[in-house]
Design a protein around this ligand. Structure first.
Ligand SMILES: Nc1nc2c(ncn2[C@@H]2O[C@H](COP(=O)(O)OP(=O)(O)OP(=O)(O)O)[C@@H](O)[C@H]2O)c(=O)[nH]1
Ligand SMILES: [Mg+2]
Length: 426
């Protein structure tokens, strides 16, 4: 990234997972435009109400910053303090006063990346709502801190609180207005979504940790079609490249057609304001017949990423949807994994021109059809065989004199169209 700002990360060390969270944060910070050149931690179970770090530690940090000013080109100094946690406005103010340096917390970093990547009007509005919600919650914290600091000081207390309440009300009004604006934009999306929900065509949602290859999966499936009038989606080596839920129809010869929905990627401790702001777009995951979780298998923390994805889905209330795991970026994995994939898992590579897309589409199709009834039928030549293959999963077929002899899994929602197959022929 151009014009990176040098920064130091300070964090509370609470558990053995710290290193994972720290590295994730450093990567998020880099995406937000900060180059982390120093890391410092303090072992503390609970942040201090005023200084976040312990009072001794904050003075130590001040010393580090003072020494930092004397650094040379070979040992660059930093201009920002990043905190891998959320801090409230009072803590921020006290810390900035003591440290004489801007202090930036975790939610602000994530919100900044979302803001930078939001291109469509819908994504922009969702991010704006998340930011307003964040500010509003910060004001609630500020009010609580303010009451504590000023308790018993008489007249000023009421005035300060009134001012905060007024700002909070103004923010809430702005949120209502932005939500209204968002509703009008969402109308056409809602209509298409309602149409899809009524249609017998199965729905697949692609979810997973950010940058795992979710959008690459959609594009790989689109490119496998004989012709694909559908637009490809954005693929980028970047966190939160996709901020827009988009759905495409996949219609590959020999496999049942299905809708596939690309979604926003996840990270651990995704700020609740963002989940709330993006909730309606993420709701589509709940309506899916099948979820494909894409995992960056080349990342040493892939297991934590799987856990993060499970945590966010449970926050969204997604339950009981059959799930597949696509262990992606297999090309980057050194050696062969010692464990064989389970029935609902597949090792994959989604680089353009890779040849395993047929394996992926078969894997998805088999799982879409898992609960469909299997029947052996003879499909007459005079009927539309490609429409039949669009609706159902034809596992195998052979052309004979009287028609196509097939073993097919029937989609229960469209089987009524094929009654004639089960009636005795004249
Ligand atoms: N080496 C390798 N790179 C891959 C593979 N699949 C995807 N990528 C790359 O990984 C990066 C991220 O891919 P995307 O498809 O945009 O990932 P995403 O999960 O949609 O990411 P977000 O939308 O940001 O959450 C891109 O640079 C892809 O080219 C793969 O199988 N192998
Ligand atoms: Mg994407």
């Amino acid at each position: 990234m151009l014009n990176e700002e040098n920064a130091a990360v300070f964090y509370l060390s609470k558990s053995n997972d710290d290193l994972y969270y720290l590295n994730e944060f450093i990567s998020l910070a880099r995406n937000a435009g900060y180059k982390v050149i120093e890391k410092y931690s303090q072992k503390l179970d609970k942040p201090d109400k005023h200084t976040f770090f312990g009072s001794g530690k904050i003075m130590e940090i001040r010393e580090i910053i003072r020494n930092n000013d004397e650094k040379t080109d070979n040992y660059p100094s930093f201009d920002y303090v990043l905190v891998n946690d959320d801090i409230n406005p009072l803590q921020k103010k006290i810390m900035e006063d003591i440290l004489e340096m801007p202090v930036i917390d975790r939610s602000t970093i994530i919100l900044k990346i979302f803001e930078d990547n939001a291109k469509s009007k819908e994504a922009k509005l969702q991010v704006e709502i998340a930011k307003l919600r964040y500010t509003s919650n910060q004001l609630v914290d500020a009010m609580a801190s303010y009451s504590q600091v000023t308790s018993g000081t008489g007249r000023n207390k009421g005035e300060g609180e009134k001012a905060i309440e007024l700002s909070k009300r103004q923010i809430e009004n702005k949120i209502v207005a932005k939500k209204r604006e968002l509703e009008t934009i969402k109308l056409s999306r809602r209509i298409s979504r309602a149409k899809r929900n009524k249609s017998p065509i199965p729905k697949v949602a692609v979810v997973g940790y950010t940058n795992a290859g979710k959008s690459s999966l959609i594009n790989a499936l689109l490119s496998y079609q004989h012709s694909h009038p559908n637009k490809t989606v954005l693929v980028k080596d970047d966190v939160f490249a996709t901020l827009q839920t988009s759905t495409r129809l996949i219609n590959c010869y020999g496999y049942p057609a299905f809708y596939i929905t690309d979604t926003v990627g996840f990270v651990s401790r995704l700020p609740i304001y963002l989940i709330e702001a993006f909730r309606s777009t993420l709701e589509e995951i709940k309506e899916a017949d099948l979820i494909v979780k894409v995992v960056d298998f080349s990342d040493s923390h892939y297991e934590e990423h799987i856990q993060t994805t499970a945590d966010v889905l449970s926050q969204l209330g997604v339950e009981n949807v059959p799930t597949l795991f696509l262990y992606n970026k297999y090309d980057q994995v050194a050696g062969t994994p010692t464990t064989l994939p389970k029935e609902n898992e597949l090792y994959s590579c989604l680089l353009p021109n890779e040849s395993n897309i047929s394996e992926i589409i078969k894997f998805i199709s088999q799982n879409i059809a898992k609960k469909w009834k299997r029947k052996n039928i003879v499909f007459p030549f005079e009927k539309d065989f490609s429409a039949f293959m669009f609706d159902n999963y034809v596992q195998k077929f052979k052309e004979k004199e009287d028609g196509y002899h097939c073993t097919a899994y029937f989609n229960p929602l469209s089987i009524y169209k094929y009654d004639y197959l089960f009636k005795p022929r004249d």
